[in-house]
Design a protein around this ligand. Structure first.
Ligand code: COI
Length: 359
């Protein structure tokens, strides 16, 4: 089957046999993949070409492909929801397309034009739409990925790229679900440094994060609070952006070049302003957080991300302190934001900011 687009032709080859779909209670996060995937190639001199939907299958790339040696790899995280009226929607796909393009610029990679990539993703979700869960709290997570595929061992940007998108039906990212997680305040490792790749969704940032997360897990913590290279200023929490609710001000670290400009971070800032609450993007030190906990000003802490949406933090621990936040319970600001964002995603609340697109 072929669909004509303004730019080129998308071919669709359907899988012969479809997989059994897992039960919602078994979904977890990222364990299962749907029946199909979308691919697109870039060749120097030719540009982006050969958009195709194929059965989900292993990729064929050369062992010399630059991604395998020098890590030219970027990804995105998007979600598709089944709304209460039965519509299948995507949440802010242009945001992800733009962030991929920005990241590609930093990593000296070519990125597909927005409409070419989003057309393929929309058609992929249509082909696999029986995989979009109908249950609240579950969704279809879409993983667009861009890699350098030229087989060449000199250190320079690849002249060939592969863009692909795969889909995974998901429920909660953390075992805790929407309950508060315990967080270790990391004082040895850093996720990213200014001038590096921290503001992009480069696979390398996640590789850099694994060691600290593993050490924290052994201590009984779900993830770490990342600080800057001086270990004074707060940057992110786990794979999420982070917000602190003080008495009269909600603070999130300002984007400084080493912090990912998260999609849900952006939604939360928009919603807090819409609610009439004071939200400030600024530098925030761990000292200020410890002091505000002492004086009772610190009310809530929560992480924001596509995978977890809003994840409350119930405890911040280090060798020097152990801060219980809101008695280890989910607070009103995190709850209101979670209800508003998921309400929009599932079509229960008005989409005031045009975040949802029917496919
Ligand atoms: C997100 O929440 O947006 C993420 O990218 C998390 C992912 C790395 C699992």
């Amino acid at each position: 089957m072929c669909y004509k687009t303004a730019m080129t032709t998308l071919t669709i080859s359907k899988a012969g046999a479809l997989k059994n779909k897992p039960a919602i209670k078994d979904l977890g996060f990222g364990k299962y993949f749907t029946d199909h995937m979308f691919l697109l190639n870039y060749t120097e001199g030719q540009g982006w070409h050969s958009p195709r939907i194929t059965p989900y299958e292993p990729l064929m790339i050369e062992p010399g492909a630059s991604v395998l040696h020098y890590g030219q790899a970027l990804f995105e995280g998007m979600k598709s929801f089944r709304q209460i009226n039965g519509d299948t929607v995507l949440f802010r796909p242009e945001f992800n397309a733009k962030r991929l393009q920005d990241g590609a610029e930093r990593l000296c990679m070519e990125a597909p034009p927005t409409e070419m990539m989003l057309h393929g993703i929309r058609e992929l979700v249509k082909v696999d739409q029986d995989w979009v869960p109908a249950n609240q709290g579950a969704s279809l997570y879409i993983r667009p990925t861009l890699i350098g595929t030229e087989s060449f061992l000199g250190v320079r940007p690849s002249s060939e790229y592969l863009f692909f998108a795969i889909c995974s039906p998901v429920a909660s990212y953390y075992a805790e679900g929407a309950d508060p997680i315990r967080i270790w305040v990391e004082d040895t490792y850093v996720r990213a440094a200014r001038g590096g790749l921290g503001a992009t969704k480069a696979g390398a940032n996640y590789a850099a994060s694994l060691k600290a997360a593993l050490v924290a897990k052994k201590k009984g913590y779900a993830q770490v609070l990342w600080q800057d290279v001086t270990h004074k200023f707060i940057e992110e929490v786990g794979t999420m952006n982070v917000f602190f609710v003080f008495d009269d001000e909600i603070v999130t670290p300002a984007l400084n070049g080493s912090i990912l400009p998260g999609g849900v971070r952006d939604c939360v800032i928009t919603l807090l302003k819409h609610f009439g609450l004071k939200i400030t993007e600024r530098e925030l030190s761990m000292n200020e957080v410890v002091e505000s906990h002492k004086t009772g000003r610190l009310k809530e802490v929560f992480g924001t991300g596509t995978a977890a949406v809003i994840s409350p933090v119930g405890e911040l621990a280090s060798p020097q302190f152990n801060l219980k936040i809101n008695n280890g319970e989910r607070g009103p600001v995190a709850t209101r934001l979670y209800d508003e964002i998921t309400g929009i995603q599932y079509g229960e609340k008005p989409d005031l900011f045009n975040w949802v697109q029917k496919i």
